[in-house]
Design a protein around this ligand. Structure first.
Ligand code: HEC
Length: 141
C-alpha cells in the first residue's frame, strides 16, 4: 500500500491538535479562576489587613525581604513569617530594630505605633494563609 502524506492530512493534524490543546488550555484557565479566590482568600482582606499592606508597601519592606519568593534576597521570607514566629515575636522584632548585633544584617526602625504594628501583623497573618503549594521550598527564603 502506498502511503502519501497529503496537505489535507497535515492541515487536519494541525487543526485537530490546535483545537484539542485550546480546549485543555481553556479548562485549565477556568480551573485557575475557580481556585484563585479560595487560595488567596481575598474575602479576608479586612481594613486592618489593607492598612498593613499599605504600610508594608510604602516602607519598602520588599526592598530587603521576599514575599512568597518574590522580592529582595537581603532578608528572610515574610510570606510565612507569621506561622514561623507568631504575632508577639513579629511586633517585638519590629519595635526593637535595629538589633546592632555585630556581623548581622540590620533592619531599620520604622517607628510604628501600636495600631500600625497590629495592621502590619494582620497583613503578615493574611499572607501566611495564602495557599502557595508550599512555596517557597526553603521556608526562610
Ligand atoms: C534595609 C533592609 C530591611 C527593610 C527595609 C526591612 N527589613 Fe525586616 N529584616 C531585615 C533583616 C536584615 C532581617 C534579619 C536580621 C537578622 O536576622 O538579624 C529582618 C528581619 C525581619 C523579621 C524577622 C524575620 C524572621 O524570619 O525572623 C521581620 C518580621 C521583618 N524583618 C519585618 C519587616 C517589615 C514588616 C518591614 C517593613 C515595614 C521590614 N522588615 C523592612 C532587613 C530589612
Amino acid at each position: 500500500m502506498q502511503q502519501v502524506f497529503t496537505k489535507a492530512m497535515a492541515r487536519n493534524i494541525f487543526l485537530g491538535g490546535a483545537g484539542f490543546f485550546l480546549v485543555i488550555y481553556l479548562l485549565l484557565a477556568y480551573d485557575s479562576f475557580q481556585q484563585i479566590p479560595i487560595r488567596d482568600h481575598a474575602v479576608n482582606l479586612t481594613p486592618s489587613v489593607l492598612r498593613g499592606k499599605y504600610l508594608f508597601d510604602t516602607n519598602d519592606c520588599i526592598g530587603c525581604h521576599t514575599v512568597n519568593g518574590e522580592g529582595a534576597y537581603y532578608a528572610p521570607e515574610l510570606g510565612n513569617v507569621y506561622k514561623r514566629r507568631g504575632p508577639d515575636f513579629i511586633k517585638a522584632w519590629i519595635r526593637s530594630q535595629p538589633s546592632g548585633a555585630p556581623g548581622r544584617r540590620q533592619m531599620p526602625n520604622f517607628h510604628f505605633n501600636d495600631d500600625q504594628l497590629n495592621d502590619v501583623t494582620a497583613y503578615l497573618q493574611w499572607l501566611s494563609n495564602i495557599d502557595t503549594n508550599k512555596w517557597p521550598p526553603n521556608i526562610e527564603g
